[in-house]
Each structure stands twice: as C-alpha cells, then as structure tokens.
Design a protein around this ligand. Structure first.
Ligand SMILES: NC(=O)c1ccc[n+]([C@@H]2O[C@H](COP(=O)([O-])OP(=O)(O)OC[C@H]3O[C@@H](n4cnc5c(N)ncnc54)[C@H](O)[C@@H]3O)[C@@H](O)[C@H]2O)c1
Ligand SMILES: [Fe+2]
Length: 409
C-alpha cells in the first residue's frame, strides 16, 4: 500500500464497552444522559430476568422509564412508528435485543428528534442533525448495529428492505455483554455469527476508493481503508476460530465472548467500509424467502467470493490465514475455508435450498443491481451479465467450476 492509499475512517460510539458482566453498567450510562428513558425491545427480552434487572437498576438511578416491547424480527416499519410515539417525551432511547431492537431504537431516537416518518430518511445523509442519544445493548452476535451508522427496516410499500444511513445514527453508547448471548439457540447463533463474518469479509474485500479529501465527507461507507482492515481481519480471526464452538455448545462463554467481540469489530469495519454484493443480493432474497438476514448473506458469500476472486487474490490469502488455513494458503483455499465453516454450522448451501426458485432468477438479478450503493462497493465491477452468472451459481451450487472459467477468460 502506498502512503497515499493509507487513508483510514473510523466512526464509533462515544463509549464502547465490552465484556462479561458489563450490562450492569447500563444504568449509569443512562443516568448520565438524561432523566427519562424509553427501553425499546421485543416480547422475549421484556420477559427475560436480565431485562428486569437492568430496568430496576435504571429506576434506582431515579430515571423515569417507559418500555416499548413490540419490536418484531427483521423490523417491520410499523413497529418503528409505534415506538416513536412512546419516544417523543424521553431524553434517551435504550435498545436491548437483537439487531431488530437496536435498529428500532435508532429509528425511534431519530423520529423523536426530527419528527416525520421513517421514509423521509431512507438513503444516505438524509438525517439533518444529531438524534436523541441511543444506548445499544446487543443480545445477538451479531449485526454490529450497536456501532454502525445504519438502521434497516421492512417497509411494505417498498419491494426491498430499506436502510437509513447517517453517522448521526451511531449509538452514543454501546454495551456488549457476551453473557446476554448465552440464551441464543444454535440456529440464531449460526445465522447472526455468519452475518458478522460476512460483514468482516465484505468490508475487508470492499473496493478501495481513490484517496481524495472528500472521501469521508461525501460517503457514509467509504470502502476498504486502513482502520476497517484492522477491525475486519481481527473479526475474521475471532469469529472463524470460535463460531462453530458457540453453535455447538451455547454455554461456552469463552466462545460466546470471542464471537461477540468479533461481531462488534466487524460492525466497526463495515460501518465505515460498507458491505458489497452478498448484502445487495440478500435484499431480494430476503424479500422472496422471508428467511433471516444472516442466513441469506452467508449462503451467498462463498459464491460472491468465488466470482470476485480475480480481483481479490492477495486479500483472500489474508482472509484464509485469519481463518487458520495452514501451509501455503491460496485464494481458493480461503473460499473453501469460508464454505466449510458455514457448512459446519448448517448454513444452506444454495439459494435454491434457501427457498429461491429458478423462476425468480431474473427478478433477483434486477433487484440486486438496484442496490447501487452496495454494488458500487464490490471489488469486481458487477454488471447485468456478471450478476446473472453470480446468481445462477448461487442458485445451482456451482462454486469451483465458475472460478476456473473466470480465470480462463
Ligand atoms: N443496523 C445494522 O448495522 C444491521 C446490520 C446487519 C443486520 N441488521 C438487521 O438486523 C436484523 C437482524 O438482527 P438479529 O440477527 O440480531 O436478529 P433479530 O433482532 O431479528 O432477532 C431474531 C430473533 O432472535 C431473538 N433473540 C435475540 N436475542 C436473543 C437471545 N439472546 N436469546 C434468544 N433469542 C434471542 C429475538 O427475540 C427474535 O425473535 C435484520 O433486520 C437486519 O436487517 C442491521
Ligand atoms: Fe448483515
């Protein structure tokens, strides 16, 4: 890398606290930010004794509390509108739960501050200024939403899920306590951990943009850069080394801790660099199959890596090494290591297995290409022809053959 390329962008909460037991500090952070708080969560978490303890600790600090426990998975926009009504009168919004609850808290704090409807802010840089302070307490590992500048909602008026991207959405405080993930069942652990690994790999392999002095001002997601590389590579190492253990034995606190650290670092990486084709194609795949976000991106990732391989040789070798590939690591060995890890945790092997029919291929291609902000971040330029090949591969499970054909072109 040349000195000119050594550009780094890092955006993060004011306070990022990580570690077993750290949830007990939540009340102090809430009290430091205001006298009234809205806790945004879902029904499951609201009934969890740990939620009750955090609630009591916040009350004991003299902070008035309202609870919105109506968040649903994948965040239908109606939940956000409901939560926003409760959020108007409070000083601070606390999101406790998976990515859906954290994204709901971010949107609630946005609407509480600036009014309007979520659709007013879809896209990049539509948020006009700071929002109510958000404290994010994740219970999955994970989306990384506790540190990222984006919230994703499911709006029935749009064909695909939509994002609100703005540095103002980054929570003021993130408290990541691995003990809160101990209750995640194996399927959720696998899907959310695979999402985190996909964030790290897509950030690490994202297009590196030419270094210009407007890069960090004109783009929420700036592409591969010096800081995102550090976070992404460590995330790949941590998640790669511990995710299978966390799925196989949910009470393995060491594995849970390393996977959660990895998912937060992956959030720091992609929160600046952005993600790419696997996340773009997941938008229509999620809309068609109604499967979890993490399952879709992970099903896609080995095919995306395969298709991108001609643009990513050395980068993939670094990914493979971080995943523990021994001996002389090749790009193919790195892709095989990712695919093998996902096989071991039960990620579907093809889009067909995930529930996408061959008849939908043209629609998936068209809608994926419409997610321009992610397509332009892909390390190998993706046009319609390329997308047809890539989606065809992922539907039919053609991994290796396509890589050989691509190199021979
Ligand atoms: N904002 C971002 O940066 C970002 C990044 C990636 C994904 N996302 C979004 O996040 C959402 C997915 O989040 P997720 O994967 O964390 O799942 P989720 O929040 O949708 O939750 C899925 C299910 O898991 C349950 N759950 C959560 N924590 C649990 C625990 N500790 N024990 C038992 N059950 C638990 C929830 O109650 C829910 O039923 C999607 O909407 C996706 O688009 C956001
Ligand atoms: Fe994701």
């Amino acid at each position: 890398m040349t000195v000119k390329d050594a550009i780094g962008v890092m955006r993060a909460p004011d306070h990022l606290v990580f570690g077993v037991g750290q949830r007990k500090a939540v009340a102090d952070y809430v009290a430091a930010l205001g006298r009234s708080a809205l806790l945004v969560t879902d029904e499951r978490m609201a009934a969890d004794p740990e939620f009750g303890k955090m609630r009591s600790a916040i009350l004991a600090q003299g902070v008035a509390i309202d609870v919105f426990a109506g968040v649903e998975p994948e965040l239908p926009v109606a939940c956000v509108k409901e939560a926003a009504k409760a959020g108007k009168a409070v000083d601070v919004v606390v999101g406790i739960g998976g990515g859906s609850c954290l994204d709901a808290a971010k949107c609630t704090a946005l609407l509480a501050q600036h009014g309007g409807s979520p659709s007013d802010y879809y896209g990049e840089y539509k948020v006009p200024g700071p929002i109510h302070p958000v404290i994010a307490v994740p219970t999955t590992a994970g989306t990384g939403s506790e540190v990222t500048p984006v919230a994703v909602v499911d709006d029935p008026e749009r064909a695909l899920k939509v994002g609100i991207s703005s540095p103002y959405l980054i929570p003021a405080v993130a408290i990541c306590d691995p003990e809160l993930t101990l209750s995640c069942p194996p399927g959720l652990t696998a899907a959310s951990g695979a999402d985190a690994l996909t964030h790290a790999i897509e950030a690490f392999t994202a297009l590196r943009r030419p270094a210009d002095d407007r890069l960090s001002v004109d783009h929420v997601f700036v592409g591969k850069n010096t800081f995102s590389d550090m976070h992404a590579l460590e995330a790949i190492r941590l998640i790669g080394g511990h995710l299978v253990r966390a799925v196989e034995n949910g009470s393995d606190l060491e594995a849970r801790t390393q996977v959660m650290l990895g998912s937060t670092l992956a959030g720091l990486a992609f929160g600046a660099a952005g993600t790419a084709a696997a996340h773009a194609i997941q938008y229509p795949v999620g809309a068609l199959t109604h499967t979890a976000h993490g399952l879709g991106v992970a099903t896609l990732l080995p095919y995306v890596m395969n298709w991108n391989q001609p643009a990513c040789g050395d980068t993939y070798v670094a990914v493979g090494r971080a995943l523990g590939v021994s001996g002389s690591c090749t790009p193919d060995a790195a892709i095989a290591a990712v695919a093998d890890l996902f096989d071991r945790i039960g990620i579907p092997k093809t889009l067909a297995e995930l529930g996408v029919s061959a008849d939908s291929q043209a629609e998936v291609v068209r809608l994926s290409l419409s997610v321009e902000r992610l397509i332009k971040n892909n390390p190998r330029p993706l046009d319609e022809k390329g997308m047809v090949e890539l989606v065809g591969d992922a539907l039919q499970g053609r991994r290796t053959r396509h890589a050989i054909e691509e190199r021979a072109e």
